[in-house]
Design a protein around this ligand. Structure first.
Ligand code: ATP
Ligand code: MG
Length: 562
């Protein structure tokens, strides 16, 4: 048996490599990312963006950003601007190749006229429901429309009058004349133009007939001299039609459509329709709600673009649909932030500590390491004083086994500071612990005892007098269940939406004064947190980006990967 050459390339890159080697389309590589401006981009789009811009870059080619904007009802310039911002944020540059399918309306119209002239398209008077009845079913051939054999002259005249506005919306369509008995339903005389009196966000009232996606897409690709048109699997059955239009219109060196599996992720939804529903129904705080799978949401949550690119590279491209664990995306985020995010101390649910043997008026500036993964990040000073806050969860009056943090009579290490022993507990009238009376060992500055004495726990803290108040939002996944769309008949997938907790009384170390929105920090022992644009200088707001717990490593271990 001959040796199979494994190049390590995915199937799309294998095709592009082979095309380039064979000199097809003059050896050029030109891709495009074609979003419809009817919503914000999500992580699924990121996969397509990384693929299209990535391939162009790797093969010395170009990638266009094209608004696939032929559907006047749902599109808007707000979405165009958001899409541009998100693609740029992800780290890609389309230079001057900002394209709009709607800019091709005149050329598309001319192409349609050419098809009519060639006897390859006709004006049909059948109405919507009649059209579907004539189309037949997958297991039953369709029937020719009674208007199918109109003369070229009559078709030209009627099509021109469709454009001129002589007929009601939906009264007539222009259809390709292919084969009403074709086993592929897409080839049963598909619609090319519809009458729709709806203003277009860029073309205004210039047009009342609009071309269909299936007609517009191959021609836009051809106009832009795209070489490889990458799309998701559901368009596989449309490829014969894609090729048919390009051939019927005699395009030389036509682009090649290649389909790949779309990205699905657990614990979220990636359908634009559902995302729009969540936004419009105010079930979330807009397109950039930090729980949303949109790029705007992920930005606000603190996901670094490098982590998203890395994730898209790791999941690769394949021909088979699958669902990727959200934990895998979070793992990529965690890895990137572990390298880059400065460490700080923040107490999310504070419990007051008074160090009885520490002088009232003393303040020490202690050295803290900014990022142990990155020595070049240096150190900073953190103030220490008699009254501190520690994390409420770091104290238990009756500690269970293996709880190594603070408890009555127990000694722990305060990170970067001293050993601390809890001497007494102060309670309110309801019996809640509201304050701990403690002592420290002045000999243990820096966190080590000269006598070699060990402690089992190290906890973080902030100086009560110096800390800044902050609000912390503890985001979870958008949905608690893995597959939110798999709900029993009669129930609403939106019932599975997760709320999140907001902590109003958090305290963060004073070095965070003036932290800018978008900056991400590791709150030591708590996870990664991003400064939200809602922040005010007196009250910064932090969004939990991702916890420290490495769920993915556990899953991967279980699955025998990594
Ligand atoms: P619509 O239902 O509105 O068509 P869409 O998700 O296809 O939604 P588009 O704006 O048309 O949205 O998508 C732009 C590009 O992104 C297309 O090439 C599409 O194939 C790709 N894309 C969309 N969703 C995903 C996904 N989940 N995974 C990979 N690629 C995707
Ligand atoms: Mg689409």
């Amino acid at each position: 048996m001959p040796e199979i050459e494994t190049t390590g390339l995915d199937f799309i890159r294998e095709i592009v490599t082979a095309d380039k080697a064979a000199g097809r389309r003059a050896g050029r590589v030109h891709t495009r990312f074609p979003p419809e401006p009817n919503g914000y981009l999500h992580i699924g789009h990121a996969k397509s963006i990384c693929l299209n811009f990535g391939i162009a870059h790797e093969y010395g080619g170009l990638c266009n950003l094209r608004m696939d904007d032929t559907n006047p009802e749902t599109e808007d310039v707000e979405f165009v601007r958001a899409i541009e911002q998100d693609v740029r944020w992800l780290g890609f540059d389309w230079e001057d190749r900002s394209c709009y399918a709607s800019d091709y309306f005149e050329r598309l119209y001319e192409c349609a006229v050419t098809l009519v002239r060639k006897g390859l398209a006709y004006v049909d008077d059948l109405q919507g429901d009649e059209v579907s009845r004539y189309r037949g079913r997958w297991d039953e051939p369709g029937r020719d429309s009674p208007y199918r054999d109109r003369s070229v002259e009559e078709n030209l005249d009627l099509f021109a009058r469709m454009r001129a506005g002589e007929f009601e919306d939906g009264a007539r369509t222009l259809r390709a004349k292919i084969d009403m008995a074709a086993p592929n339903m897409n080839m049963r005389d598909p619609t090319i133009y519809r009458i729709r009196r709806s203003p277009h966000y860029r073309q205004g009232d210039d047009w009342i007939i609009y071309p269909t996606y299936d007609f517009t897409h191959p021609l836009s690709d051809a106009f832009e001299r795209i070489t490889h048109s990458l799309c998701t699997l559901e368009f596989e059955d449309h490829r014969p039609l894609y090729d048919w239009y390009l051939q019927a219109l005699d395009f030389e060196d036509p682009p090649r459509q290649i389909e790949f599996a779309r990205l699905n992720l657990t614990h979220t939804v990636l359908s634009k329709r559902k995302l729009l529903e969540l936004v419009e129904g105010k079930h979330v705080d807009g397109w950039d709600d930090p729980r949303m799978p949109t790029l705007a949401g992920m930005r606000r949550r603190g996901y670094p673009p490098a982590a998203i690119r890395d994730f898209c590279g790791r999941i690769g491209v394949a021909k088979a649909n699958s669902v990727v664990q959200m934990a895998q995306l979070e793992d990529a985020v965690r890895q990137e932030l572990n390298r880059t995010a400065p460490r700080v101390m923040a107490v999310t649910l504070p419990l007051k500590v008074v160090i009885e043997n520490y002088p009232e008026d003393r303040v020490e500036e202690l050295d803290a390491i900014n990022n142990p993964e990155d020595p070049s990040a240096g150190t900073r000073k953190v103030p220490f004083s008699r009254e501190l806050y520690i994390e409420n969860a770091d104290f238990q009056e009756n500690p269970p086994r293996k709880f190594f943090r603070l408890a009555p009579g127990r000694e722990v290490r305060l990170r970067y500071a001293y050993f601390l022993t809890c001497r007494d507990v102060v309670k309110d009238g309801a019996g809640n612990v509201v304050e701990l009376r403690c002592t420290y060992d002045p000999e243990t500055r820096g966190g080590y005892a000269p006598d070699g004495r060990k402690v089992r726990g190290t906890i973080h803290w902030v100086s009560a007098r110096h800390a800044l108040p902050a609000r912390v939002r503890l985001y979870e996944h958008l949905f608690s269940v893995e597959h939110p769309e798999d709900v029993p008949e009669g129930t609403d997938y939106k019932d599975g939406l997760q709320k999140f907790e907001t902590l109003e009384r958090s305290r963060v170390e004073p070095s965070l004064a003036g932290a800018v929105p978008g900056a991400v920090y590791q709150f030591e022992r708590r996870g990664y947190f991003c400064v939200d644009p809602d922040s005010r200088s007196a009250l910064p707001v932090f969004n939990r980006t991702v916890g420290l717990r490495d769920t993915w490593a556990k899953i991967a271990k279980k699955q025998g990967k990594q």
